[in-house]
Design a protein around this ligand. Structure first.
Ligand code: HEC
Length: 163
């Protein structure tokens, strides 16, 4: 999983360096250089292809559609606000219950594991089964393919730190 993180960081770095290089050759101290680089669809496809199976062949359109089921309680943008549920940016590689300033259930706060794709798959299949005392009210996503697509979408949108 570390290799993936490296690849993704490398891919993102390469694209942001390219963006910085451009503004530098234009010779202006521009604000653009410090702006967060918006990952294009082509870059997302490239990152997707570098994910481990089965995520490398996931359907990101379906993944995004499934994330609509989460959106009433979560967002996945950098420094996004906690809502009913915590912000999910950077969730992979982070300890469960790890978003500062978010009030987790005692169960989640004490869980102690780190989110990876296997934990996420288990969680999304049936949160109450994995953690009966959690306060996330979501029944779960039955179809394994839907979970794969959603997890691939989350890996890409969340920056997949530590993966
Ligand atoms: C009705 C609101 C709601 C919906 C819908 C919901 N969640 Fe949650 N989620 C929560 C809450 C509340 C928590 C905090 C759980 C706790 O503290 O026990 C949480 C926690 C989580 C966590 C743990 C985060 C951490 O920092 O450890 C993940 C991952 C997660 N949700 C993913 C999802 C995904 C993906 C979906 C969509 C399939 C989803 N959730 C749908 C409310 C929701």
């Amino acid at each position: 999983m570390r290799r993936l993180g490296f690849l993704m960081t490398a891919a993102l770095l390469a694209t942001s360096l390219a963006a910085c290089g451009k503004t530098e050759t234009e010779g202006k101290e521009s604000v653009e250089a410090v702006e967060v680089h918006e990952t294009s669809d082509a870059e997302k496809a490239e990152i997707l292809a570098g994910l481990p199976a089965p995520y490398n062949t996931a359907d990101l359109v379906n993944g995004k559609r499934k994330f609509a089921l989460c959106k009433s309680c979560h967002n996945v943008v950098p420094n996004g606000a906690n809502m009913t549920g915590p912000n999910l940016y950077g969730v992979f590689g982070r300890k469960a219950g790890g978003v500062e300033g978010y009030k987790y259930s005692d169960a989640m706060a004490a869980a102690g594991f780190t989110w990876d794709t296997a934990q996420m798959d288990k969680w999304l299949a049936n949160p109450k089964m994995m953690m009966p005392q959690s306060k996330m009210s979501y029944a779960g996503l039955d179809d394994p393919k839907d979970r794969t697509d959603l997890i691939a979408y989350l890996l890409i949108e969340s920056g997949a730190k530590g993966q």
